[in-house]
Each structure stands twice: as C-alpha cells, then as structure tokens.
Ligand binder design. Sequence first.
Ligand SMILES: NC(=O)c1ccc[n+]([C@@H]2O[C@H](COP(=O)([O-])OP(=O)(O)OC[C@H]3O[C@@H](n4cnc5c(N)ncnc54)[C@H](O)[C@@H]3O)[C@@H](O)[C@H]2O)c1
Length: 320
Amino acid sequence: MKILLTGGAGFIGSHTARALLTRGDEVIIIDDFNDYYPPRIKRHNVATLQQSFDRLRVYEADIRDFDTLRTIMYREACQKICHLAARAGVRASIADPLLYTQTNVLGTLHLLELAVETGAEHFVYASSSSVYGEMPTAPFREDMPLDKPISPYAATKKACELLAYTYHHLHGLPCTGLRFFTVYGPAGRPDMAPFLFTWNIMHGHPITRFGDGSSQRDYTYIDDIVTGVLAALDRPFGYEIFNLGNHRPISLNDFIAAIEHAVGAKAIIHEAPRQPGDVSMTCADIAKARALLGYEPHTPFEVGITHFVGWLRANRHLYL
Ligand SMILES: NC(=O)c1ccc[n+]([C@@H]2O[C@H](COP(=O)([O-])OP(=O)(O)OC[C@H]3O[C@@H](n4cnc5c(N)ncnc54)[C@H](O)[C@@H]3O)[C@@H](O)[C@H]2O)c1
C-alpha cells in the first residue's frame, strides 16, 4: 500500500511512518519542516527513518501551496492519505490564529480536494480532543454536540471534521477523523507539558503549574496512538470520527509526581493562573474505537513516562 503522510517529520507522523514502513507499506512524506519547534528535530526524525527504509520518499513542501501539492499528489498517486500536518499548539493559536487557520483549514481543504482528484481510496486525518472544549460531563463521546471550541486551534480542527464530511457527502470519499488525546512519548513535541516538565525536572529547572493542579488530562502513549492510526487506515468506513485516548485521565499533580518518580528528582514548582484556551479535563470514551477499530491502549502513564525519560536521557543532545 502506498500512503501519503503529511506531517511525517513530526512527532506522531514519524512514529506512524516507521510503523507503516516496518509492515511493508510505501510512504510518501510531505512536511514543511517549519520552526514551530527546532527543525533539526524533524530532520533527525526523517534521517533516522531514511537510514532504515528504502520505501520512503520525502518532499519538503507546504500544504498551503496548492500547486506544489497537486504536482506531488499526481506524481505519487497514493492509495491512502494520512493527513497529520498541522499547526498544533493551543496557546500559539491564540497568538497567531491566521497562520493556524491557513495551515489547518486551507491545508486540509487542499488535501481533500486533491484526494478526490487523484482518486484516493481513504482519507484519514488528525483531529483533536480540543474540539470537546469545556464539556460538563466526561468521558467525551464522539456523538456529543460540539459547537463551542475555546481556542482557534480547536475551531480549526472542528472545521476539518466538517470539511471532511462535506467531501464524503459530495464525492463519496471515505473519511476518518481521529481525535487524539494528549500524546506523549519518544520524540514528543518539546512545547508540550510531558516534555517540558520532564526536561525541567531532569535539569533542576522550575516548572510552571497552571491552576491548582486538579485539572486532568487523558495522556496517551505514542505506540497506542500509532496502533490506532494504522487500524483506522486499514478500515475505511463512510465517514467516521474516533477518539484515540487512554481513557485514564490523571490530575496535573499526579502527572508531576509520576515524572518526579521516573526522573528520580523533585520538581521546583512555580504557580500560575489557568491559561486561556486550556480545558479543565479531557477524558476519551474509547468504546467506539474499541468496537470498530479494535483499538486498545495498553500503556499506563507511569510506564509510558518511564520509557520517555529513558529516551530523553539518550537523546538529550538533540534539544541543547
Ligand atoms: N501531539 C498531540 O498530543 C496531539 C493531540 C491532538 C491532535 N494532534 C494532531 O496530530 C497531528 C500531529 O501532531 P504532532 O504532535 O505530531 O505535531 P508536530 O508539530 O510534531 O507534527 C506536525 C508536522 O506537520 C508539519 N507541518 C505543519 N505545518 C505544515 C505545512 N503548512 N505544510 C507541511 N507540513 C506542515 C510540521 O513541520 C510537523 O512536522 C496534528 O494534526 C495535531 O494537530 C496532536
């Protein structure tokens, strides 16, 4: 199977590429290697893949550039599309909503349009738990009505789900949206709390705890997410959306304690008020993904964060 993977140089993308290549698929990566976090990390991710696999081609291109995207997609004629490229920071989206909308909404529209033009069989794309906003009840189910996103990022991800539905409705394109719940693990994004807290605790630097520590997140280990992405790619439905989470949220205070334990050092905690755009709780209901994708997360946070700490110790040089 030949798969177009946007955002393949990034965190989830590079792990997904490795899993696809390992099982024998051909992978075509499109990524613009932007500097939201240091591009050398993305180049390292790709170089590591290129050392091990031949069936990989990488295009440095921007999904906002329709003509370039069209040239690549006609040339490669991939059977399936796994669209993970996006601007992915909640707080950064408040600072630059234009960039977020252009990349996430227009970029996704370009890919949907070209998926239809080039006859792709299945369009799988990354959505986010952020689309749930401030839900009064948890766990979050895919069929909850969602029309109150609380950050530009969340609004762009909801817009992608709507556009995917339109393309499915008009053109019969099978579309599967995956709402990822805070993903962490080796090569994890350095702007996210699992990385930042681990790094700072490891180096004796203070961490900032936003709010009173009672907020809860459903942290999902990267290997579990990748298993879910591959299961989704393998099972086209008409139009579906799946939560991919761990279904075991932990409080910010327990999160810090688990990292302290894995690192073997105490955190120096600075307190700050809750940030705009942050939600107080995320928790995935994964019954639908279990039933239709056979998705089953296996990694408790304490285990995943211990793997991550080991990986970060071995790869610390990438972040200096
Ligand atoms: N990591 C999480 O916890 C999480 C949670 C929910 C949803 N998501 C979604 O999953 C996807 C992957 O996230 P990630 O954590 O791996 O982020 P990431 O930033 O590591 O990966 C995204 C990749 O997309 C690329 N990209 C961004 N804009 C592009 C453009 N205009 N053209 C081409 N490439 C572009 C980036 O260079 C990067 O390599 C994103 O769609 C994100 O919104 C992630």
